[in-house]
Ligand binder design. Sequence first.
Ligand SMILES: Nc1ncnc2c1ncn2[C@@H]1O[C@H](COP(=O)(O)OP(=O)(O)OP(=O)(O)O)[C@@H](O)[C@H]1O
Length: 319
Amino acid sequence: MIEIEGLTKRFGPTTAVAHLSLHVAKGEVLGFLGPNGAGKSTAMRMITGFLAPDAGRVTICGHDIETETNAAQAKIGYLPEGAPAYGDMTPRQFLTFVAQVRGFRGAEAKARVAAVVEKTELGPVLEQPIETLSKGFKRRVGLAQAILHDPPVLIMDEPTDGLDPNQKHAVRGLLRAMAAEKAIIISTHLLEEVDAICTRAVIIDRGTLVADGTPAELLARSRYHNAVTLVLSANEAEAAVARLKTLPGVAQIDRKPLGDSVRLTAFPKGGALLIEAVSALASRENWRVQELYAEPGRLDEVFRAVTTSDAARAKAARP
Ligand SMILES: Nc1ncnc2c1ncn2[C@@H]1O[C@H](COP(=O)(O)OP(=O)(O)OP(=O)(O)O)[C@@H](O)[C@H]1O
């Protein structure tokens, strides 16, 4: 449903997006991850036809975004960064206006507005100017305008930005409920969002795609994938480390003091499964284990490994 080929955009000396190619199918929720300035918003503005690329092509449900802009945009719901324009309008006025722009009239327009107001829980603020709303409500007005025409493609730039934990939960539920029938791209800085709603995630760094996979595939790239963590009393820890080192699958052991206890993490050789061997050893040795679990992997560590920090970027930019 979304086909992106070789998308490139430069701003003066900065290459914001470089040769980005991606296909997103119906039923996929693709997470766009990357550090600040990685090029996520620029890519989304090109995908939705609000910014012309220097090179490359985007097709939405078979329509080229540059040469068949109206047909392509009719298939897209776009939530841009920040708050909706027209701050002096109330949500009801703004959403009625959006319904008309999308070609709905009379009872149909009213029904569409009522449905999105309910879905995004905007009822309490319907008659209040948008510019006076809290950040969370502004974000939900943006979300409502994006889904009003029930488009098959959703492009959402940080949809849960500014929402409190309850609202985040509600919006993620809404996106999940719509996901089966749509192709969705969301950008986010929240790695837990990937786990909560994405079927696939890409990581972009300095305009370039540096990782692409399901959440499980990305986690499998973490050094914590299949590592085993156990918490023991401090006086048992040294003997436990010595015994754990004798297990053939163990590559390394990290230790972290936790008051009277110690947290040990055994890292596997080549991603091997360790949990059975470690729990059997713990039981043979009668360790008083307070916690014992296998680690799925840590997305923040994968993110750091494949992207460039601000400090590294500043260093590279120095003459
Ligand atoms: N209109 C513009 N003029 C000049 N440079 C721009 C413009 N828009 C974006 N850039 C630059 O392009 C790069 C990518 O910016 P973009 O906003 O797409 O990143 P992002 O990944 O969305 O960042 P964030 O996570 O902070 O929202 C940055 O270096 C930014 O400064």
